[in-house]
Design a binder for this molecule. Structure first.
Ligand code: ZN
Ligand code: ZN
Length: 420
């Protein structure tokens, strides 16, 4: 019986992978120009890392993790997101020197056991950055701008940066008490998830997709956290806005934006596109490093779903990355030329020419067709008469023009491209 790929996974085939490679190239270019370095952490981690680092009340941890016991009986989890692993690595490898700032980026697969009917991927791909060691609002602005620039650079249009503050350990508990006070009488009207959130992390009620819950919030006159910030959080948000205006990053305040993760403090933002909702999401997390056993170091970062970025670009008619055609296709005219053809093929490749040959015993005529099909610029014919001349018959496939080129000059003539 044929074995199919697991539900929620995809094969990224030649022809489609070029867009991924192009996106990845822009990611590296944009981030490295801003002095971010790549970090690669394991695909699986101890389950406890995500329980503590993402938060047990989040959908990701409570419903969507790929968690299993390994053969040693330890509970491990395929990473559902990138931040927890990066922060774990930062703490474990003591990247926090005296007053140092760590700026890293990552890209790779993440795993979430999403309900299949939502058409979501169980192996998704994310790109993200994390900055550890600064609580200044300027770095918030840099990180927000970086994500915006990345999406702009790959050609995305109609983006909105939605910005909010979710407060800190001073103003959030005060707001939390207010929420609980006003919502407790209406607890029964909330969905089951929100009833749990009301006890554990009421702010996340703003995240609920049920219109009925949002109506309860409005009718109970629950204040937005951004309207209840302490002075320091207010100053921080004002400063971030000032920088964004100075950097010409268009944004709007979105008071109901709270993000799904438990550990965010102060700045939270998303980049949205009509019909696709969130393409990129980020936030500041001033308590996460300490929560994971490190020193009291503030952090901020974002992640974007690469699958979604590519889907948006496709819907917007933006093409990214193309299959590279061959420079040359070696056509072997008869068996006596086999060894010379292989020698020419390898030496051309060593000299930087993209080339290939037939390996299926095709006739000379179908070798030419194959060269055409692969979009090769030149067909390089080698047979008995070419061996006698010490020169290949080279055909420029677009014009049909044909020349004899000595074997030693093939690479140069092919790289020149035309027949000047
Ligand atoms: Zn505050
Ligand atoms: Zn709800």
């Amino acid at each position: 019986m044929e074995i199919r790929r697991p539900r929620g996974t995809q094969d990224i085939l030649p022809g489609a992978v070029e867009a991924w490679q192009a996106l990845e190239a822009v990611v590296r270019d944009v981030f490295e120009r801003a002095n971010y370095e790549e970090i690669r952490t394991p695909i699986f981690e101890h389950t406890e890392l995500f329980e503590r680092g993402v938060g047990e009340t989040t959908d990701i941890v409570s419903k969507e993790m790929y968690t299993f016991l390994d053969r040693g009986g330890r509970s491990v989890t395929l990473r559902p997101e990138g931040t927890a692993g990066v922060v774990r690595a930062y703490v474990e490898n003591k990247l926090y020197g005296q007053g140092s700032l760590t700026k890293v980026y990552y890209l790779g697969p993440m795993f979430r056991y999403e309900k299949p009917q939502r058409g979501r991927l169980r192996q998704l791909h994310q790109v993200g950055v994390e900055v550890l060691g600064s609580e200044l609002p300027a770095i918030d602005a840099e990180v927000i701008e970086l994500g915006y620039s990345l999406l702009k650079k790959v050609g995305m249009r109609d983006m909105t940066v939605e910005l909010n503050s979710v407060g800190c350990s001073v103003c959030r508990p005060r707001h939390r008490e207010k929420m609980i006070q006003r919502l407790l009488p209406h607890k029964e009207e909330l969905c089951a998830d929100c009833q749990v959130r009301l006890e554990k992390n009421p702010l996340r009620l703003f995240d609920c997709k049920n219109e009925s819950c949002q109506q309860v919030l409005r009718e109970a006159n629950v204040p937005y956290i951004v309207d209840e910030l302490c002075d320091d959080c207010r100053k921080h948000l004002d400063a971030v806005e000032g920088y964004l205006r100075a950097m010409d990053v268009p944004y709007r305040l979105e008071k109901s934006l709270v993000r799904g993760l438990d550990y965010y403090t102060r700045t939270a933002w998303e980049i949205t596109v009509p019909n696709f909702s969130t393409v990129l999401g980020g936030g500041r997390y001033n308590r996460l490093v300490a929560e994971l056993g490190g020193p009291d170091v503030p952090g901020i970062g974002f992640a974007a779903g690469m699958d979604r970025v590519l889907a948006v670009l496709e819907a917007q008619g933006v093409s990214l990355g193309e299959r590279q055609p061959l420079d040359a296709f070696i056509c072997v005219a008869d068996e006596t030329a086999e060894h010379t053809a292989m020698a020419v093929l390898t030496s051309l490749r060593r000299l930087g020419v993209r080339c290939d040959r037939d390996y299926q015993g095709r006739s000379l005529k179908s070798q030419f067709k194959q060269a055409d099909r692969l979009g090769a610029k030149f067909a390089v014919v080698i047979g008995e008469s070419e061996l006698a001349k010490g020169a290949a018959t080279v055909k420029h496939l677009a014009t049909g023009e044909q020349r004899d080129v000595p074997f030693g000059q093939l690479a140069d003539r092919i790289r020149e491209g035309g027949w000047a």
